[in-house]
Design a protein. Structure first.
Length: 294
């Protein structure tokens, strides 16, 4: 889908390490101040959208997170009716579906890639379709960015979050990510050399994935894991980056943008709690909300 140019699909090596180093320099905690004006603006826009059209909260939430990235990368905000944002949503859904373990028969039977002639490799056409959509999307926005390059960042600086002043909010965010990991089953990764585990031997090229849901719901790691309990992080785990972040991936392939994502959640959730009274609608006729995943 990317000719090996996506950091998600790029094999480990010099190319991957160079891309990872670049991403880390932009997305590390030390660079969070650069995102602040955009997070401030887009979180306020979300509150306005939520106030006037609460039924479209899902679209507003996706526009919020994507608009921050698009504003910084392409100097173009993402609005709900923007054709670019809908193309981005569709593209993201296609990529996510294509990368799930077992999505393609060839993943289980690699020999098909060698035996079948190119016209019969239907999965390759799907990958090319995704690639072409990505080029159309990012190419168009890159052109807009060149035209607006001299205009500078939008808005005024937002105050950085204060972890020490609102530890419970920080715990809420960590518990939310643990309780409902974004990816319950992670992307597959192939061994670069032969390995052995508990007597089982796995040759190089064997594809493994991580079960984020099982890790997050491990009772040996989290007491009463199916319950939503932010207070479980009101201890030394509050600032422990290895706790509550399994949904962002493991090891050296952990999502480089998790600092940005966590900050986005923190700012938006804090402002939602401050500006709105959130409660169940007694007339909705649905099952009452519960803080348990059972």
């Amino acid at each position: 889908m990317s000719d090996g140019n996506s950091i998600l699909l790029c094999p480990y090596g010099l190319k991957w390490r160079a891309a990872r180093k670049l991403l880390h320099s932009v997305l590390s905690k030390a660079s969070m101040h650069f995102f602040a004006p955009y997070q401030d603006l887009e979180s306020k826009q979300f509150l306005l959208d939520f106030l006037h059209k609460p039924e479209d909260w899902y679209v507003a939430a996706k526009a919020y997170s994507n608009s921050i990235v698009m504003s910084i990368t392409f100097r173009k905000r993402a609005r709900g009716k923007d054709p670019h944002i809908h193309l981005l949503f569709d593209l993201t859904a296609e990529i996510a579906a294509s990368l799930m373990p077992g999505a393609w028969l060839v993943d289980g039977f690699p020999i098909l890639d060698r035996l079948l002639p190119t016209p019969l490799k239907w999965w390759r056409q799907s990958g090319l379709d995704v690639q072409n959509k990505a080029r159309k999307l990012y190419g168009g926005m890159a052109q807009d960015a060149l035209e607006k390059h001299a205009r500078g960042p939008v808005g005024s600086s937002a105050r950085r979050r204060n972890w020490t002043a609102l530890p419970y909010m920080t715990a809420v965010i960590k518990e939310s990510v643990r309780w409902r990991p974004l990816l319950r089953i992670g992307l597959g990764h192939a061994l670069i050399k032969d390995d052995e585990y508990e007597g089982y031997r796995f040759p190089a090229g064997t594809v493994f994935t991580w079960n984020a849901w099982a890790i997050c719901m491990n009772p040996e790691e989290y007491e009463d894991p199916e319950a939503f309990k932010p207070e479980r992080f009101l201890n030394d785990d509050l600032d422990n980056g290895s706790k509550g972040h399994h949904g962002f991936g493991p090891g050296r392939r952990v999502c480089a943008g998790y600092n940005v994502a966590e900050t986005n959640l923190w700012i938006l959730t804090s402002r939602l709690v401050y500006c709105f009274d959130l409660a169940e609608d007694p007339e909705c006729g649905r099952t009452p909300l519960s803080n348990s995943s059972r």
